[in-house]
Design a protein around this ligand. Sequence first.
Ligand code: ADP
Ligand code: MG
Length: 248
Amino acid sequence: MKNRTGEPIIRVTNLAKSFGDNEVLSDINGEIYRGEVVCVIGPSGSGKSTLLRCINMLETPTSGTIVVDGHEMTDPDVDIDAARTRIGMVFQSFNLFSHLSVRENLTVAQRHVLRRSKAEANRVAEHTLERVGLSEKIDAAPSSLSGGQQQRVAIARALSMNPDVMLFDEPTSALDPELVGDVLKVMRSLADEGMTMVVVTHEMAFARDVADRVLFMADGVVVEEGPAAEVIGDPEQARTREFLHRVL
Ligand code: ADP
Ligand code: MG
C-alpha cells in the first residue's frame, strides 16, 4: 500500500448519476492518493465508464462532489477546462485525430490549451513518444499504425499535458490479443514511475500485479475494495467471486 498521507488527489463523495430513471451510480465514495494505481473491475454495465467520465466531468453527476487536486470539479464556477488539464484520459477507442500526424496529435492541445510554444510542445511530444517506445513514428499518420501503436500514441498525447492523474477506460479491450502486451507494458512503466492511475480493465493479471488497490463494481456501487491480493485473490463478497469465476 502506498503512503496515503496528505490530501488525496481525487476525492469522490456521495456521487450519484442517473440517466433518466436509470440510476447508474449510487452513493460512490472514495479517495485516490498520489502515486496510487487503482484498478476498477466489474461486469459490463456496472457503471465503470460513467464513474471515470464523472471524475473529469465528461458526465455531470446527478449529486455528490468530485475534488481533483483541490479543485471541486462539480462546482459550477470552476474553470472546468483548466481543471481537466490535470487529468489525462485514455479511451478504449484511442480517439486520435485521424487527419493529423502523430506529432500534431501530441502538440495541438499543448499549444492551444497550455499555450506552450511550438518548440516546447515538440520537445515534450518527442519525450513522451519516447516513453511509449514510438519515437520513430512522430511524423506518421495514425492510420498507418497498428491499434496497439495508436493506443500508445493516445497515452503519449495524454502524458504530453503533464497530468496529475491518468484515467484509462479499458485501454486494451479493442486490441487484437497480440497487441495488448505492449500497451500494458507502457502502463506498467508509468505505474513504476509513480504516475497516479485509475484503470478500468478486464486484464486481471495486470490488476493483480500492478494495482495498489482494486475496486469491484456491480450495479452502480462499489461492492468490494482492497489490495489486489484480497479482492482478486481471496474475495469476500459472493458477487465478486461470481464475476471472477466468469473472467479468470
Ligand atoms: P460499464 O463501463 O461498467 O460497462 P457504463 O458506465 O458504460 O458501464 O454504463 C452503465 C449504465 O449506464 C448502462 O446501463 C448504460 O446503458 C448506461 N449509460 C451509460 N452512458 C449513458 C448515456 N450517455 N445515456 C444513457 N445511458 C447511459
Ligand atoms: Mg465501460
